[in-house]
Design a protein around this ligand. Structure first.
Ligand code: GCO
Length: 478
């Protein structure tokens, strides 16, 4: 058998077409975005302030002082964007609802113009033959809720429950698939422990609380949606990666990998499948977790899910530190580097994306195989995000993003191999439809299949958009 690092070096997935079948006809091909990253119109129609409005306007938090005030102006241009989706040939659009458009203060006071907007968007998608797949929470928490502690305050689960119920009541006649939370790991650990995301707190105990409250909020929202629409399909989207152990002989590294895996990959899935969290991780949190976990929570956490959403960008690597290594990330961030390439084998670090992330297409197939093996009760998996940032150049009206095209093709080939083996992956959403506001990186990083000129708001289909649409129409990445 080849050593793992050598296997990973083979970027091209072998086209053993005799074994690998096309994606099934029912496979749900889509593209994804998120409200704060694309909508703009930050003060239109009564929208309230979210933590990302506040955070991005705090000096020093976002590259170039960028914010989402205008973003891609998707709020006013969604008709044009739906036409672009049709050109791509996708069957589904994953977007998120901005909580503060519906409830500007995060309480029960409704803003009907916000509901109208999402009704128009959903109706337009359906008329275009594109299924709306709705994420309830993609990080833009009402600032008013953050003012009382946000995700670190247990009360939030009831606010989220009400919000989820209202969405199911208003949109559930047309929306069949719901994602409660997007990447709760980022909400908890980037938002409350290392502070690189809104609300920018740096407190380890708050992050543990947010990890628990997001898991509870997911369960409460699932039950709320099902109480309104028993036939709705409800799931959560988690960001996962394979944490490759490059020093398996080193016990410290082994522990580190186990804890990272528990913190990133297992926490939310174990919560809804078993009602409990990985024991070794809870022991590590020790006294910091006191007062957060309450008697009876295990029953509350466990909930039937219809699918698991997975966002995958690249693998992580761990090995024993060497003197030349860069210092660990600051800010009370637990030992859990995500997407850290510092420790990646050198042949991978010569070819990083614009985010500085390694390119590990085999990891996507490996990850879904692992999910299927470790949590056999998960009946459906959707890749709800996958994509790459590269420094695109617009030349003569064309964006020839060969690297992104290859990234998509190789990741889809890896996925296709796993699906052929029987892993129940039912759909794939490319991140992202459009170049957009990339959180702490502002507009400096482009992930779109479609280029956006942020001055004119002109959209231009990139080569990767064409590549994706060819894969979609042929149902094969080989
Ligand atoms: C995330 C988010 C997306 C990002 C994308 C690229 O995974 O961080 O869900 O909103 O834009 O992942 O970083």
């Amino acid at each position: 058998m080849k050593p793992l690092s050598q296997a990973l070096d083979e970027r091209e997935i072998a086209p053993e077409t005799a074994r690998i079948e096309a994606f099934p006809e029912s496979f749900l091909w889509g593209v994804a975005t998120a409200s704060y990253q694309v909508e703009g119109a930050f003060d239109h129609d009564g929208r309230g302030e979210s933590i990302w409005d506040r955070f991005s306007k705090t000096p020093g938090k976002v590259v170039n002082g960028d914010n989402g005030d205008i973003a891609c102006d998707h709020y006013n241009r969604f008709d044009e964007d739906i036409l672009l989706m049709k050109t791509l040939g996708v069957k589904a659009y994953r977007f998120s609802i901005s909580w503060t458009r519906l409830f500007p203060n995060g309480d029960t006071n409704r803003e009907e113009r916000g509901f109208d907007f999402y009704n128009r968007l959903i109706d337009a998608l359906i008329s275009a033959g594109i299924e709306p797949v709705v994420t309830l929470y993609h990080w833009d928490l009402p600032q008013k809720l953050e003012d009382i502690g946000g995700w670190a305050n247990r009360e939030i689960i009831y606010s989220f429950e009400l919000y989820a119920k209202a969405c199911a009541e208003s949109f559930g006649d047309r929306v069949k698939r719901w994602i409660t939370l997007n990447e709760p790991w980022c909400t908890a650990w980037l938002g409350y422990s290392n502070g690189v995301h809104a609300p920018g707190k740096k407190d380890f105990a708050l992050a543990i609380a947010a990890s628990h409250h997001t898991a509870l909020a997911h369960a409460f929202a699932c039950r709320a949606i099902k109480s309104v629409r028993p036939d709705a399909q409800v799931g959560i989207t988690v960001n996962m990666n394979n944490i490759r152990n490059e020093s398996p002989e080193n016990q410290e590294v082994n522990d580190f990998v186990e804890l990272n895996d528990a913190n990133l990959n297992r926490w939310w899935i174990d919560a809804f499948t078993t009602g409990s969290y990985p024991k070794k991780l809870l022991d590590t949190y020790g006294a910091l977790g006191e007062g957060i976990f309450q008697i009876g929570d295990n029953e509350l956490l466990k909930v039937e899910n219809d699918f698991l959403g997975v966002n995958y960008y690249c693998d992580g690597f761990a090995r024993a530190p060497r003197p030349e290594d860069r210092p660990a990330i600051e800010g009370g961030f637990m030992p859990f580097p995500q997407r850290v390439d510092t420790f990646a084998p050198s042949h991978l670090t010569s070819d990083l994306t614009d985010m500085g992330w390694v390119v590990t297409p085999h990891g996507l197939g490996d990850l879904v195989r692992r999910i299927h093996q470790d949590w056999p009760n998960i009946k459906e998996i959707f890749i709800t995000e996958n994509g790459a940032a590269y420094p695109d150049v617009l030349e003569d009206g064309v964006v020839n993003d060969v690297q992104r095209s290859k990234y998509l093709q190789s990741h889809l080939a890896s996925l296709q191999a796993a699906v052929s083996e029987g892993v129940p992956v039912k759909g794939y959403f490319a991140w992202s439809l459009l170049d957009n506001f990339e959180w702490a990186e502002g507009y400096a990083k482009r992930f779109g299949l479609i280029y956006v000129d942020f001055n004119s708001q002109k959209r231009i289909m990139k080569l990767s958009g064409k590549t994706y649409s060819e894969i979609v129409s042929s149902r094969s990445a080989f």
